[in-house]
Design a protein around this ligand. Structure first.
Ligand SMILES: Cc1cc2nc3c(=O)[nH]c(=O)nc-3n(C[C@H](O)[C@H](O)[C@H](O)COP(=O)(O)O)c2cc1C
Length: 170
């Protein structure tokens, strides 16, 4: 291998992504949520998406056994929500949030760009991560805001986006 771990991380960080919070419920029906930017589309027919979860995540046990999950796509106004779900949970991760439930019963965060309600299609080994493939059972497209982006280890925003314009772009 001709590169260091830092080189690898830095190279991957040049790929700008959106930011999601993926939610599910644990065996006690308690809400679980994690900030995820490894979300990507997989297939249109059938409708499949995936995300990768680190094996060191506290939620890995729950995501290894849950029947499904919801993907909440964040707007540029939800950076605090992203930080909240990316910080180790000392008990208050859900405090003060007006959480709804998806048709499959997973937690839905308010004011997101879109929400995808998914049944587990497959789980795969992905080195120090697990790869979860979800079949989208239902979805909702929410507010017309600009997305929150993540680039080179920092939050970023789209230039030239006008949420007041029906087409979004100026
Ligand atoms: C923008 C952003 C994107 C992230 N994407 C991922 C990801 O795709 N997979 C992952 O395992 N962790 C990702 N993380 C880190 C997790 O959100 C973080 O480790 C979280 O505390 C895990 O929660 P848990 O330990 O309660 O499961 C991301 C963090 C940030 C800030």
């Amino acid at each position: 291998m001709s590169f260091t771990r830092t080189d690898f991380r830095n190279a991957l960080g040049t790929f700008a992504t959106g930011v999601t919070v993926v939610t599910t419920c644990d065996s006690q029906a308690q809400p679980i949520g994690v900030t995820i930017n490894s979300f990507t589309s997989v297939s249109l027919e059938p409708p499949l998406i995936l995300f990768c979860l680190g094996r060191a995540a506290n939620s890995v046990q729950t995501f290894s056994t849950c029947p499904g999950f919801a993907v909440n796509v964040l707007t540029e106004h939800q950076e605090a929500l992203s930080s909240r779900f990316a910080t180790p949970d000392s008990g208050g991760r859900w405090d003060g949030l007006a959480v709804d439930r998806s048709p499959m019963g997973f937690p839905i965060l308010p004011d997101c760009l879109a929400t995808l309600d998914c049944r587990i299609e497959a789980r795969h080994d992905g080195g120090d991560h697990i790869i979860l493939i979800g079949r989208v059972e239902s979805l909702s497209i929410g507010v017309g805001a600009a997305p929150l982006l993540y680039f080179r280890g920092r939050y970023a925003r789209l230039g030239g986006f006008d949420a007041a314009d029906p087409k979004g772009w100026i």
